[in-house]
Ligand binder design. Structure first.
Ligand SMILES: *[C@@H]1O[C@H](CO)[C@@H](O)[C@H](O)[C@H]1NC(C)=O
Ligand SMILES: *[C@@H]1O[C@H](CO)[C@@H](O)[C@H](O)[C@H]1NC(C)=O
Ligand SMILES: *[C@@H]1O[C@H](CO)[C@@H](O)[C@H](O)[C@H]1NC(C)=O
Ligand SMILES: *[C@@H]1O[C@H](CO)[C@@H](O)[C@H](O)[C@H]1NC(C)=O
Ligand SMILES: *[C@@H]1O[C@H](CO)[C@@H](O)[C@H](O)[C@H]1NC(C)=O
Ligand SMILES: *[C@@H]1O[C@H](CO)[C@@H](O)[C@H](O)[C@H]1NC(C)=O
Ligand SMILES: *[C@@H]1O[C@H](CO)[C@@H](O)[C@H](O)[C@H]1NC(C)=O
Ligand SMILES: *[C@@H]1O[C@H](CO)[C@@H](O)[C@H](O)[C@H]1NC(C)=O
Ligand SMILES: *[C@@H]1O[C@H](CO)[C@@H](O)[C@H](O)[C@H]1NC(C)=O
Ligand SMILES: *[C@@H]1O[C@H](CO)[C@@H](O)[C@H](O)[C@H]1NC(C)=O
Ligand SMILES: *[C@@H]1O[C@H](CO)[C@@H](O)[C@H](O)[C@H]1NC(C)=O
Length: 636
């Protein structure tokens, strides 16, 4: 059987004339997105036929390309454009909604050969992290639509299109309608619209604005039925379902008035669970000696007895728990009671299948925080759409999340934005990722200081901030965390800020620092530190060697800075060797805390060294000098 909405467009177009624009209802809370509406067109606009107010979808999605259906397709304005998604596996709309409100969500896709390939795409739709449905746009050339009820668990809702084959997902319309509290409730799960009928031999569809909730009602009629109707408008506001009045003005009764009224529906999937809504309103004014009373049977069993519809007043009888159908064949029977003088009637009926959404979505605090980080760094990554953690196959690249049991919400445990061209400060939003264990922001252009809050993130055990342009000193609290086992990688220039323990040179090749004590003729012990420096080191300032030993660097263990890939070696040189290296102390480079520093090289090779001569007059002791050399060897 063709999708229930397959015929919608044709009929709507056929009924242009009939559908004299009724005063547009207020559309409060409606979200009506015309996907792919070009930026040069007015938004929002009123769809001339339906009176619905459509807006461009462009501010609700970061990806996708605008397409236009082929000129040969005559259709409503809102269906003429679409947005298609050639890039990425999952593309998501993100909508602002009201947490806890029941929404009817409808996605509609009209292919219209927009790409000239004459090949209708097929793809999946997700609500948040959960599979909703497969849209096979080849099922109807006039467009396919799917509808579901959903209660968002936060004020943000993702509707995602997922590529499942070689064809390209696209969407024409995305519509959300808030429903009345206490209507379409379930014990669990959401309601997927399966069939929605008003019983009439009319051929037309009833939709907005006749239906203030913008549901779409198809007509249904069978030869075993007879139609009765009224010209009076019934009260449809009782119960909150607001079934359109013109859907309630007709009813079907059995043609054989002594036989039961019967309606059969076959499920697509025999094991589906259903919710059924029966809408009644008496259309005849009954005389005193007349009565209409009947029992309702589902699958042959009485589910409601001795019901009498009220004249021009709606009564909705619904299943309070989901029901099933034997072999997927659902049968509703209305059987008149013995006392009833009139046969049973039915005005309208809705079938919904239950769809379970078992996947819990990522804790909202984490979602808000990671979106904030995304905005701060203006990251426009194709995978960074929808839920950051789940489903796992669509997890945002650069994130890890904790493995989940079925009761706890996923949390972000690792954020890796290494080498992504980040600029600016370390984002404050990071502190709200309270379950973060690993943070890698290395190899970016981050500036500013290292924020204190990192020390307060209790789960953090690994931080890599190296290869950035951070300045300011490392907060004491963070250094304490490091002592307690946190692995912290920062550039040495950051680690020593604003101290003066930096000992690198701007040279790209390995540099040695040779320390030399020039006292008398004694053979001097020289500790040589061989340091391989990174390419982008700032020019060194040998003057900056720490004059005392209580710099932050002294607190640092060498394991904590292994990331800078320093190789340290100690060698001993004799005084004459040192003179050879420095060509008899030819090129002084500057004066350090303990004496003059000279340029040199080893064996005339390209291995350059800085040689520091400890002056005898130095007020600092040899011990301190040694400490300096040792800390130099830690490259601090
Ligand atoms: C319809 O019924 C509701 C609820 O009982 C009532 O408030 C409203 O006034 C009625 N409307 C009309 C037109 O009778
Ligand atoms: C009408 O229904 C009754 C009860 O089911 C049945 O006995 C009778 O034969 C039916 N009449 C016709 C004309 O089908
Ligand atoms: C009800 O009363 C009317 C007269 O007022 C009569 O014509 C009709 O046959 C009666 N109907 C029934 C079912 O008794
Ligand atoms: C219709 O409903 C209204 C309000 O609930 C009530 O006052 C009225 O009596 C009902 N009409 C009938 C025919 O039951
Ligand atoms: C049938 O109608 C009679 C009289 O109106 C009433 O006493 C009896 O309870 C009714 N029976 C049922 C099953 O409703
Ligand atoms: C989400 O995480 C925050 C911060 O850890 C916590 O306070 C909140 O209770 C969590 N929310 C849920 C629904 O678990
Ligand atoms: C972060 O990602 C880069 C590559 O994208 C990888 O080389 C690096 O090891 C990752 N960092 C961590 C801590 O896993
Ligand atoms: C962190 O979360 C709190 C409350 O959830 C919020 O008020 C605050 O603005 C967030 N901070 C950042 C930097 O996002
Ligand atoms: C930092 O920015 C400069 C230009 O602003 C760019 O050339 C360089 O590649 C960036 N470095 C990193 C690691 O992103
Ligand atoms: C850190 O760098 C920023 C710009 O990158 C600069 O404005 C600020 O003065 C620096 N802070 C210190 C303490 O040097
Ligand atoms: C930190 O990041 C840098 C640059 O991405 C990398 O070379 C280094 O290995 C990382 N350090 C650790 C401990 O992962």
């Amino acid at each position: 059987m063709e999708s229930p909405h397959a015929v919608l467009l044709v009929v709507l177009i056929a009924t242009f004339a009939i559908c004299n624009l009724v005063q547009a209802e207020d559309q409060e809370g409606f979200i009506s997105l015309d996907c792919g509406l070009p930026p040069n067109e007015v938004s929002p606009y009123i769809e001339p036929i339906t009176g619905l107010r459509f807006s461009s979808d462009s501010s609700f999605i970061q990806s996708g390309i605008i397409g236009k259906v082929d000129k040969s397709f005559e259709t409503l304005k809102s269906y003429m454009t679409l947005r298609y998604f050639p890039d990425g596996k999952r593309n998501c709309y993100n909508l602002i909604v009201k947490q806890g409100t029941t929404y009817m969500i409808r996605a509609t896709a009209l292919y219209g050969n927009y790409d000239g390939h004459n090949n209708s795409p097929k793809f999946d739709l997700y609500i948040g992290a959960n599979f909703w449905t497969t849209l096979d746009t080849g099922k109807s050339i006039t467009g396919v639509g799917e509808e579901i009820t959903y209660i968002p668990r936060s004020n943000s809702l993702d509707v995602c299109l997922v590529k499942t084959d070689t064809t390209t997902p696209f969407l024409s319309l995305l519509e959300l309608r808030p429903l009345d509290k206490d209507t379409y409730l379930t014990t669990s799960g959401s309601l997927k619209n399966f069939r929605r009928y008003y019983l009439s031999n009319s051929e037309s569809i009833i939709a907005y604005p006749e239906d203030v909730k913008d549901r779409i009602w198809e007509s249904r009629f069978e030869s075993e039925w007879k139609q009765i109707s009224t010209t009076l408008k019934p009260n449809n506001s009782i119960g909150g379902y607001f079934v359109p009045q013109n859907a309630l003005m007709t009813a079907a009764i059995p043609a054989n008035e002594s036989a039961p009224f019967s309606l059969t529906e076959e499920l697509d999937s025999p094991t589906d669970e259903l919710y059924v809504y029966l809408h009644f309103s008496e259309v005849q004014s009954l005389k005193a000696n007349e009565s209409r009373e009947f029992d309702m049977l589902w699958g042959g069993e009485v589910v409601y007895d001795a019901f009498s519809p009220e004249y021009l007043n709606i009564t909705t009888i619904q299943t309070n728990t989901p029901v099933t159908c034997k072999d997927g064949k659902c049968n509703l029977e209305l059987r008149r009671t013995k006392n009833s003088t009139l046969p049973p009637l039915l005005n309208a009926i809705e079938f919904y299948t239950v769809i379970k959404f078992p996947q819990l979505e990522t804790n909202e605090t984490d979602v808000v925080a990671i979106k904030d980080i995304k905005a701060t760094y203006e990251l426009n990554r194709i995978t960074w759409q929808g839920d950051p953690c789940v489903p796992q196959k669509f997890r945002w690249v650069g994130l890890d999340c904790n493995s989940l049991d079925t009761l706890t919400l996923p949390r972000i445990t690792s954020l890796n934005l290494s080498s992504t061209g980040l600029k600016g400060n370390i984002a404050a939003g990071i502190q709200n990722l309270t379950h973060l264990e690993k943070l890698d922001l290395s190899n970016n252009n981050l500036t500013g200081g290292i924020p204190e809050f990192l020390a307060n993130m209790k789960s953090l055990s690994f931080i890599n901030l190296s290869k950035n342009n951070l300045n300011g000193s490392i907060p004491q609290a963070l250094l304490k965390r490091e002592k307690d086992g946190l692995k912290l990688s920062v550039d040495e220039k950051t680690r020593c800020f604003p101290g003066s323990c930096v000992t690198t040179t701007k040279k790209k090749f390995p540099v040695m620092i040779v320390a030399l004590v020039s006292s008398a003729v004694v053979v001097i012990v020289v500790v040589l530190v061989l340091i391989f420096v990174f390419k982008k080191k700032k020019p060194s300032n040998l003057e900056a060697l720490p004059p005392s030993s209580n710099t932050p660097c002294e607190n640092v263990t060498s394991t904590s800075i292994s990331d800078t890939s320093i190789e340290t070696k100690r060698k001993r040189f004799s005084y004459s060797e040192v003179l050879e290296m420095t060509k008899n102390l030819q090129r002084p480079l500057g004066e350090g805390g303990f004496g003059v520093v000279y340029h040199g090289d080893i064996n005339g090779s390209s291995q350059q060294v800085a040689v520091k001569l400890l002056s005898q007059s130095s007020t600092q002791g040899y011990k301190e000098f040694k400490a300096e050399v040792n800390s130099s060897s830690n490259f601090c």
